[in-house]
Design a protein around this ligand. Structure first.
Ligand code: NI
Length: 266
């Protein structure tokens, strides 16, 4: 079965056919989805999705580009959401200097606060970092992120940066970009990364892999991403599904949760 570690099914791009699409995932081998909060509103919608669908779990966080909306009241609400049973991570959080909106100081402030929130709640983090490699790494080291754990979503940096995150015990979310012909550095990084640190993700509705590049993305495209990883690693696609599933369960504590549930029922 396939584990989708990063999707935004609350996005309006799915308003027309969300229920039909989500109902089709299991039949296509996708048995678990983490829906990722990116703003307070999308966290609210993520909670509704995880309450409706047994196979959807949630991550609660505010994307760097949306941190302008945060204040103490909003942050307090976010903290309360982290206590919900099916919330498995804080994210997506980080820095985005491609769009310097809001200004870096605001992004940094709320990145640090949300990292601290993850530390307090014991949840792993889902990191969004674009054109901000150094600041992201500096802040994460300062916050002792090796004790928090998590995944670098849509990893887009070099092998050298990957090594730093490996040493911190982090996982790497690999998505559609790996299928792009010009993604030479990312392909090199994937060859370098140990299989037990890779997660499959789409970032739906964004970043559809080849041959659907530019179209709306969905978890149904995960086989194209897994196929490229398999080719780079010289293994078969089924092994990519199995190992990344195991990795995601380990990171998000899902195995432990289902086992506890089973024992509790005896
Ligand atoms: Ni995302």
């Amino acid at each position: 079965m396939i584990f989708e570690s990063h999707a935004h099914y609350d996005d309006e791009a799915f308003d027309e056919d969300r229920d039909v699409l989500l109902a089709s995932l299991a039949g296509n081998g996708i048995d678990t989805v983490i829906n990722i909060g990116a703003s307070l509103e999308s966290c609210r919608k993520t909670i509704a999705l995880m309450e409706k669908y047994p196979f959807i779990y949630g991550a609660m966080g505010v994307h760097p580009g949306e941190t302008g909306e945060l204040d103490e009241k909003g942050f307090q609400w976010l903290r309360e959401c982290c206590g919900l049973e099916k919330v498995v991570a804080v994210g997506e959080i980080g820095l985005d200097y491609h769009w310097k909106e809001p200004e870096p100081d605001v992004q940094k402030k709320w990145f640090i606060r949300q990292l601290e929130l993850a530390g307090e709640t014991g949840l792993p983090v889902i990191i969004h970092s674009r054109d901000a490699a150094k600041d992201t790494l500096d802040i994460m080291k300062e916050a002792h992120s090796e004790e928090i754990g998590g995944v670098i979503h849509c990893f887009s940096y070099t092998k050298e940066i990957a090594r730093e995150y490996l040493q911190m015990g982090f996982y790497f979310g690999i998505g559609g970009v790996v299928t792009f012909a010009n993604a030479r550095k990312l392909k090199e990084a994937v060859v370098y990364l140990p299989m037990d640190r890779i997660l499959l993700e789409t970032d739906s509705p964004y970043l559809a892999p080849e041959p659907n590049r530019g179209k709306r993305n969905s978890s149904l495209n995960l086989p194209d991403i897994a196929g490229e990883i398999a080719a780079l690693k010289g293994i078969d696609r089924e092994e990519v599904y199995a190992v990344t599933h195991e990795n995601a369960e380990r990171l998000f504590g899902l195995k432990r949760k289902t086992e506890c549930g089973r024992h509790g029922g005896q």
